[in-house]
Write a protein that binds this ligand. Structure first.
Ligand SMILES: Nc1ncnc2c1ncn2[C@@H]1O[C@H](COP(=O)(O)OP(=O)(O)OP(=O)(O)O)[C@@H](O)[C@H]1O
Length: 432
């Protein structure tokens, strides 16, 4: 089979030579920053002339700039303040609204902002893949209050997945291709020992031609050297930064989180009123779920099938698979699968851990019938609903792996999967 998507091109848009922007794997680190204005009063940071702002995150702004040393090619520059009292205050306020616990306090205990940025940079430096936004240069002048991350510019922007009426705007096949791109990106990240931890539509950017998406925002990602070794095989991996404690602190896996509606049950179980419940019946939908005194949900016939979710499930790369499931649901239906009526995180976490999800009657802007939560195996909705079911397994040990998702019926239909790796992964990829 042949792919209907061209293999990712390592050159950047606007590069007349068609050659990669940098030699493979290298990210320039520039320790001096000069600042001046152009004749038309635009700021110029080193060789980058500011064009317009494309994004504003919690910790900084993202600007499109022209690289004056490279034929004015466009790059995206994220400028982050080393210390941002406003962001830290917001974080503190948010923390106060959550149930307190000494363990897994989600987005709190992030450490200093500078540490967070350094970790994001260290992780991005490891990545060079067609479905991962590429970091090109870091401008880190100790005398400047900001660190600048120069990245390839994805001019297609964030994926728009719903309209104002919360209806889907993407066709089912577009959703499938986006899902496939994320699977390939995640496969690479996991092989590198990286868990992204914030997979969601807002962190997926289109290329200019909207043929491909790339994963961005590694602000809460986690790297495990041990898992990298396990994935690649001992002896095959040289640690790029042998003395970089920022990458070697495994304890932060239990400290950080992503975006509440996308969090996997194992990340938030501790914030719920009950221990994680047994998996709901294969025939249950959220409308048929009843709540027992203990908070466990069963279907209207009273049966609970499937295995029991272990009390404390490990936090592994499977959290990215769950978030991918939530993301695919969003793309298909134009709304999120788990919602709390009063927008309380605490209620939301209980719903994520205890309730099943429910599909709409049709999916995608092309209105393909889903066949309901449990469609017949020969119906058009079956491969998609089945994949969603496998992504959104509350029990980690039952959740589909990225390897299996890649060859699932829905993902592998219509086109084969290409492998845009610079270094193809070893055949045996040990799970994180
Ligand atoms: N390489 C890029 N190309 C095009 N747009 C980008 C790029 N990087 C970021 N953006 C835009 O800027 C926005 C903010 O970027 P990013 O998510 O990295 O910032 P952040 O401060 O980490 O945000 P958050 O608060 O979500 O953590 C993105 O949602 C996207 O719209």
């Amino acid at each position: 089979m042949t792919s209907n998507v061209d293999p990712p091109d390592s050159s950047l848009p606007g590069d007349p030579s068609g050659l990669p922007f940098d030699p493979p794997g290298s990210v320039r680190v520039t320790e001096e920053l000069s600042f001046r204005y152009s004749d038309d009063r635009r700021p110029i940071v080193n060789q980058y002339l500011r064009s317009h702002r494309v994004g504003k995150g919690q910790h900084g702004e993202v600007w499109v700039c022209w690289d004056l040393n490279h034929n004015r090619r466009e790059v995206a520059i994220k400028a982050v303040k080393r210390n941002n009292p406003r962001a830290e205050k917001l974080n503190l306020l948010r923390r106060r609204n959550l149930p307190t616990s000494s363990h897994t306090p989600l987005t709190d205990k992030l450490g200093s902002l500078e540490q967070k940025i350094r970790k994001e940079i260290a992780i991005m430096k490891k990545c060079r893949h067609g479905h991962i936004v590429r970091l090109l240069e870091v401008i880190d002048d100790k005398l400047n209050e900001r660190i600048y991350m120069v990245m390839e510019y994805l001019s297609g922007g964030e994926i728009k997945w719903r309209n104002e009426q919360n209806q889907p705007v993407l066709a089912v096949d577009q959703c499938r291709r986006i899902c496939r791109d994320i699977i390939l990106g995640l496969e690479y990240l996991h092989y590198q020992g990286i868990i992204h931890r914030d997979i969601k539509p807002a962190n997926l950017l289109w290329t200019e031609d909207r043929q491909m998406v790339k994963i961005t925002d590694f602000g809460v990602s986690h790297f495990s050297y041990a898992q990298r070794l396990a994935a690649a095989g001992r002896g095959q991996v040289a640690l790029d930064d042998p003395n970089d404690p920022i990458l070697l602190d495994d304890s932060d896996l239990s400290k950080r989180a992503g975006t509440p509606p996308f969090l996997a049950p194992e990340v938030i179980a501790e914030y719920t009123s009950t221990e994680p419940s047994p998996s709901v019946s294969a025939s249950a939908t959220s409308s048929t779920l009843l709540s027992t005194r203990s908070g466990t949900h069963i279907n209207s016939s009273g049966t609970i099938r499937g295995s029991t979710v272990p009390h404390r499930q490990p936090i592994t790369k499977a959290i990215d698979v769950w978030a991918l499931g939530v993301t695919l649901y969003c793309l298909l239906f134009g709304h999120i699968p788990f919602r709390a009526a009063d927008s309380s995180e605490y209620v939301l976490y209980n719903i994520i851990c205890n309730n099943d999800w429910d599909p709409d009657e049709t999916m995608g802007c092309d209105g393909v019938p889903t066949g309901g939560r449990w469609p017949n195996a020969d119906s058009p909705g079956f491969p998609v609903m089945h994949l969603l079911d496998q992504f959104l397994q509350k029990n980690v040990s039952k959740r589909i792996t990225i390897d299996d998702a890649k060859v699932s019926k829905h993902i592998s239909s219509s086109s084969s999967i290409e492998f845009p790796f610079d270094n193809p992964p070893a055949l045996s990829m040990v799970p994180l």
